[in-house]
Design a protein around this ligand. Structure first.
Ligand code: ZN
Length: 212
């Protein structure tokens, strides 16, 4: 007998009532969005393997939140960590004001000096795997949030260096941990360029070269 095994992704959307949205600054209707991967036999879903996405969404602004924190969308803490991680990696972590500017322009949320210092101290411990942090945060995010993380990663990298293969690869790897394809990474990069890099000043020496 021939068995046909497979996997399929199923989505579920449940109304969870009205709550205060940290983006809209007022009460808005929210839904819970769940995307799960199922093991199928003859196209019949039998066993739920994992939740690929689980978050609350404001139906007014479509931001995705961790259900325990409706103050700021789920991608905002990750954007902050990615900015700190890259500035630290390029030894530009003294530029606290640039970190705050990137965060504000991409997410609309403030990045306080205290938060930034805490992020740097956390990342500087040496035993932190950024890929794990991104992978753990990804299921609470939707495409809007993932795009913001990738834009922040690209913009920070662009400000710090003349982009080479390994710099671009690092952004692709963040995309991989976010569970998005290379086309999505490329789209986020194009959006950052279209925004004229949000008008943020480059940190590196060779501004006159201006290759990007
Ligand atoms: Zn909202």
């Amino acid at each position: 007998m021939l068995f046909l095994f497979g996997e399929s992704v199923r989505s579920k959307c449940t109304d969870v009532g009205s709550h205060d949205c940290g983006v809209c600054r007022g009460r808005q209707p929210f839904t819970e969005q769940i995307e799960s991967l199922w093991f199928c036999l003859f196209a019949i879903p039998l066993i739920r393997i994992e939740d690929r996405a689980r978050y609350w969404r404001c139906e007014n602004c479509l931001s995705a939140f961790d259900r325990n924190n409706l103050e700021e969308p789920a991608h905002v803490p990750l954007v902050k960590r990615v900015i700190a991680y890259l500035l630290l990696g390029y030894r530009q972590d003294q530029h606290e004001s640039i970190a705050s500017e990137i965060c504000l322009k991409i997410t609309g949320f403030e990045y306080s000096g205290r938060e930034y210092k805490e992020a740097i101290a956390f990342l500087d411990r040496g035993d932190v795997e950024m890929a794990d942090i991104v992978r753990t945060s990804a299921p609470a995010m939707n495409a809007i949030g993932k795009q913001a993380v990738l834009e922040a990663a690209f913009l920070t990298t662009y400000l710090c260096c003349d982009m080479q293969y390994e710099d671009r690869l690092r952004i692709n790897l963040i995309g991989n941990s976010l569970d998005v394809g290379l086309e999505f990474v490329e789209y986020a990069i194009q959006q950052t360029r279209k925004q004229n890099y949000y008008g943020v000043r480059r940190l590196m020496h060779s501004e006159s070269v201006g290759s990007e």
